[in-house]
Design a protein around this ligand. Structure first.
Ligand code: PEP
Length: 258
């Protein structure tokens, strides 16, 4: 089954509203030229209203980097799904390693948030990945499969086309130390096989799985050339619009469009 590639920018804790406006104004016409690729930008909450408004009638998907699964109430500092939808978000990152490692999000919370996003029709991009120590100790698959299984358990019978996974080895994020294309394919291919075992072929073949970790214009083509890699989640190289557009174009040229 052909899956539509996705190129996703994660701005992390970067950009003022003015900087976000300038970036989005430059991105929209160039993303419109990118055929067969879903382009998403995951922006800070403070920029989301503006980016969501600007992207409203475009193909660009405005997304948030986090949220909480309750709709409202005494959860100081949190943002809910209805709040995100209200400002034009169509997607959300769930369980980014910086949320897990710096802010202590565990697999149970990530799974619950994923289910809430799927129920609401907000596309979750669920991040999984191992540390360097876990990899060196031969524990990559134990860690990654455990993260994926926990999400599947929580999802129950909910469908597969409305969820994206991102395999992001923690040692490759923001380090310039990219996984080899073969390592990316190995992990992502195993995630797809796990989805097949647990949920069947339609689910496994429909779910997009991205790679993330120091993707840049110079290495995007070889990563996108891997059979099971459906796109990339990109931090540093997404902060400049020219560089991100090069990545979008690289995904469009990968020959995997639907
Ligand atoms: C990320 O933020 O998810 C990421 C992969 O960052 P970078 O591209 O900078 O490694």
């Amino acid at each position: 089954m052909a899956r539509r590639p996705m190129m996703a920018a994660n701005w992390k804790m970067n950009k003022t509203v003015t900087e976000a406006q300038n970036y989005t104004a430059a991105l929209l016409p160039r993303a419109a030229d990118a055929e067969g690729v879903d382009v998403a930008v995951f922006v800070p909450f403070t920029c989301l209203h503006e980016v969501g408004r600007m992207a409203e009638d475009s193909s660009v998907i405005a997304g948030a980097q986090n949220f909480y699964y309750e709709d409202s109430g005494a959860f100081t500092g949190e943002i809910s799904v209805p709040m995100l939808e209200d400002v034009g978000a169509r997607a959300v990152l769930v369980g980014h390693s910086e949320r897990r490692e710096v802010f202590g999000e565990n697999d149970a919370l990530v799974a619950r948030k994923t289910k809430r996003a799927v129920e609401a029709g907000l596309l979750p991009v669920v991040c999984v990945g191992e540390t360097k120590e876990e990899r060196d100790a031969g524990g990559m698959w134990e860690k990654v499969s455990g993260q994926v299984r926990r999400v599947l358990e929580e999802l129950g019978e909910l469908g597969g086309g409305d969820i994206v996974f991102a395999y992001e080895p923690i040692w490759a994020i923001g380090t310039g130390d990219t996984a080899t294309p073969e390592d990316a394919q190995d992990a992502i291919g195993r995630i797809r096989e796990l989805l097949r075992e647990e949920r069947g072929g339609d689910f496994a073949d429909g779910v997009r799985i991205l790679y993330g970790g120091s993707v840049k214009p110079a290495n995007v083509a070889e990563i996108m050339a891997q059979d099971d890699v459906d796109g990339a989640l990109v931090g540093g190289a997404s902060l400049e619009v020219d560089s991100f557009v090069q990545l979008v174009e690289g995904a469009g040229n990968s020959g995997e469009d639907a």
